[in-house]
Design a protein around this ligand. Structure first.
Ligand code: PHB
Length: 396
């Protein structure tokens, strides 16, 4: 009798789950910049997602499939991002949203995440207040405050007293300028001037010339990573800033690893604060870089967006596994709060349960030659930094 019952149960299950099908499909909508001037940045993020899937898809609970639906926002276009998110939620019925390089896009999606109760895992966009715009947002990437605020203390301790700021004129640029200026001036440093440039800026020379004329010890700069970083570095070199005794410092976006080979020796000596360097020698990172090169080519370096996409998928796998593939929005958010990974390629990471923002090490790095190649060499660690903007403004 017992055997018969078991057999019947097995037959019923087989009928419900035809061979090759899955009992539970989780749908994840990824909004990323796959085309346009920032396509190389979007590609980095997607590589992180692909690498994680390749390594870990087999670890999903039996009968659970993760379907990723990718959409291209084409760059900093909030209207496009909003429409894509709307379609993913209402037509494709995704249970989770992820991705997003650009702050304006993340902000456009936030109210939709709230209305539809769709957990939204941010894998790049770095303006501090984004996480306050929806209780269904968790961020696995970084905030500009996290790197720029501690960088100010480092600069002062290392003989930089006068700084000129150049940032892209939108959320993360304005945050970078504010964070550095607060850290720097509170501790006695002097800002000689500040200029904001278009998000996709063709030529940095006119802005750098103003900085040069002000005779600072250093230029502090933020631009969105990718080709903008290389354009900034080219302007710095063309104007002979180093020869004029002016250093370049900033968040790691301006020294993004995958572009270093395009920057040339002008980038040598640039000091940045950031949460990830491809050159880091932590065992978890050595394994990560090896796997990345095996997948994408021996001459390729993973940038921070790769590791942010990779860790974002780790967080998503955690919520899928913990719920056996049945995604409940509020349970998902509870699972994300306090989620941690002690062995990310970037070091230990955690989602702050109060703010849903990432807590992670910040590394002070200098561009040096390692085996003949430019690399962001970490030389100081500031452990487990919480977003300082939220700390200072008591924001959650
Ligand atoms: C953003 O829009 O928030 C953003 C984009 C590129 C970066 C950093 C932040 O490198």
């Amino acid at each position: 009798m017992r055997l018969w019952r078991l057999a019947a149960a097995a037959i019923a299950l087989a009928a419900a789950v035809p061979a090759g099908a899955f009992a539970q499909t989780v749908k994840l909508g990824i909004i990323d910049s796959y085309s346009g001037p920032f396509a190389s940045v979007g590609e980095q993020l997607d590589r992180g997602i692909r690498l994680y899937m390749k390594q870990h898809e087999k670890d999903l609970p039996p009968g659970v499939k993760l379907e990723i639906i990718r959409r291209d926002d084409t760059g900093p276009n909030p209207d496009v991002a909003k429409r894509l998110a709307q379609e993913l939620i209402t037509r494709d019925h995704v249970q989770l949203l992820g991705g997003v390089i650009f702050t304006p896009n993340a902000l456009a999606i936030a109210p939709l995440a709230t209305e539809s109760k769709t957990p939204f895992i941010i894998m790049n966009a770095g303006t501090a207040m984004i996480t306050t715009k929806s209780p269904y947002i968790a961020r696995v990437s970084f905030t500009q405050w996290q790197s720029c605020y501690p960088l100010a203390s480092w600069a002062l301790k290392n003989g930089i007293r006068k700084v000129y700021s150049i940032v892209s004129d939108y959320g993360p640029g304005i945050d970078s300028e504010a964070a550095f200026t607060k850290g720097f001036t509170d501790a006695g440093g002097q800002m000689l001037g500040a200029v904001r440039v278009p998000v996709a800026n063709p030529d940095f020379v006119p802005f750098l010339q103003r900085a040069k004329d002000a005779k600072p010890d250093a230029v502090f700069a933020f631009v969105p990573a990718g080709k903008q970083a290389t354009a900034l570095m080219k302007g710095f070199s063309d104007l002979g800033m180093v020869q004029a005794g002016i250093k370049l410092i900033g968040p790691g976006d301006i020294a993004t690893d995958e572009e270093l080979h395009n920057m040339g020796d002008a980038a040598l000596g640039v000091v940045t604060a950031f949460h990830y360097s491809a050159a880091a020698t932590r065992p978890a990172n050595l394994a990560f870089v090896k796997a990345y090169k095996a997948e994408f080519g021996p001459d390729q370096e993973p940038s921070f967006e790769v590791v942010d996409g990779y860790d974002g998928m780790a967080a998503i796998f955690h919520v899928i596994e913990a719920q056996g593939g049945k995604i409940d929005p509020d349970k998902t958010m509870a699972l994300l709060k306090g989620w941690k990974d002690d062995n990310s390629p970037r070091g230990p990471i955690m989602i702050d349960p109060d703010t849903r923002d990432i807590v992670q090490n910040e590394y002070i790095r200098r561009i040096e030659k390692v085996n003949g190649q430019l690399a962001n060499v970490e030389f100081e660690t500031i452990p487990m930094v919480k977003d300082p903007w939220k700390e200072i403004n008591h924001q959650q």
